[in-house]
Design a protein around this ligand. Structure first.
Ligand SMILES: NC(=O)C1=CN([C@@H]2O[C@H](COP(=O)(O)OP(=O)(O)OC[C@H]3O[C@@H](n4cnc5c(N)ncnc54)[C@H](O)[C@@H]3O)[C@@H](O)[C@H]2O)C=CC1
Ligand SMILES: O=C1O[C@H](COP(=O)(O)O)[C@@H](O)[C@H](O)[C@H]1O
Length: 247
């Protein structure tokens, strides 16, 4: 069934991948601080994600929020992640609870657990014959302040789920690259997420029933060091792409 979905950060790369696959599947309201440059489905709200009043208004009549807006740089300074990623995500949850939204899908990141990639484990863990696998039950282990902000976003979701019952899925997105996996970058090939698998994964976040989940958002890559079993089980994720199928 089509849902009313608010997509924050809609003008970015992940938003483009989602809308590229799902524009006709749901009723969209888009939000970004950058105005749209192309045709887009639904209404577009130009606003900062920390603008509490406007974010609350944008949630009127919304069933599901996909929250992407934030600073995506792994080198982002504390001031930026504190404002855009942490305060912005708390603003989204407060508004979602107030508006009676059913589900929030949060764009977390591989960088929430980046420090598991120790010198002893790399580069072997990026290779097909290595069986090292993170499955989402491990403790967070960020390797930069951007990763800290994503762990904090996951914790905010835990709190708002436990306190108010809202359904929350944290998608630890790998490396979204259009058309083909990253070239000459083993780590990126291991955690590649194709555009079509990205759209399908977030479609499952919109449609599936869940309580509180942490899943990895990668394609079905032979090289993987993130398990996609929880995404399959909890969401019904069925990826079609594999970085091994590209030269
Ligand atoms: N692209 C990737 O491979 C990965 C992305 N992610 C996460 O997914 C989300 C989207 O990432 P991308 O699309 O790659 O980044 P992007 O930079 O292409 O898109 C982010 C969008 O959010 C908007 N935005 C940023 N701060 C905002 C604010 N304060 N208020 C309103 N809008 C704001 C920007 O204008 C931009 O359109 C981010 O939260 C990022 O951390 C996580 C892991 C991997
Ligand atoms: O969280 C993110 O991760 C991806 C992949 O990380 P990288 O270390 O392979 O670059 C990154 O491209 C993206 O910008 C970031 O938001």
């Amino acid at each position: 069934m089509a849902q009313s979905v608010l997509l924050t950060g809609a003008a970015g790369r992940v938003g483009t991948a989602i809308l590229g696959g799902l524009a006709d599947e749901h009723e969209w309201r888009l939000l970004d601080r950058d105005p749209p440059t192309d045709d887009h489905p639904g209404e577009f709200v130009v606003a900062d994600i920390t603008d509490r009043e406007t974010v609350r208004e944008a949630m009127d009549g919304i069933d599901v929020v996909i929250h992407l807006a934030g600073d995506p740089r792994k080198t982002a300074p504390w001031k930026s992640v504190l404002t855009n990623n942490i305060d912005g995500t708390q603003t989204v949850y407060e508004a979602a609870i107030d508006a009676g939204v059913e589900k929030v899908a949060f764009a977390s990141s591989n960088h929430a657990v980046g420090a598991f990639e120790t010198e002893e484990r790399t580069p072997e863990m990026y290779r097909t014959d290595d069986d090292y696998l993170l499955d989402g039950t491990e403790l967070p282990r960020p390797g930069n302040l951007y990763g800290v902000s994503k762990v904090t976003g996951e914790a905010l979701g835990r709190y708002y789920h436990d306190e108010y019952g809202i359904s929350v899925v944290n998608v630890r997105i790998g490396n979204l690259t259009e058309g083909h996996p990253p070239i000459d970058y083993e780590r990126g090939q291991a955690m590649w997420l194709s555009y079509r698998d990205c759209a399908h994964l977030f479609d499952r976040c919109i449609r599936a029933d869940y309580d509180y989940e942490i899943v990895y958002g990668i394609s079905d890559n032979d090289r993987k060091y993130y398990s996609i079993e929880r995404a399959r089980e909890a969401l019904g994720y069925e990826p079609q792409d594999n970085s091994a199928h590209h030269d």
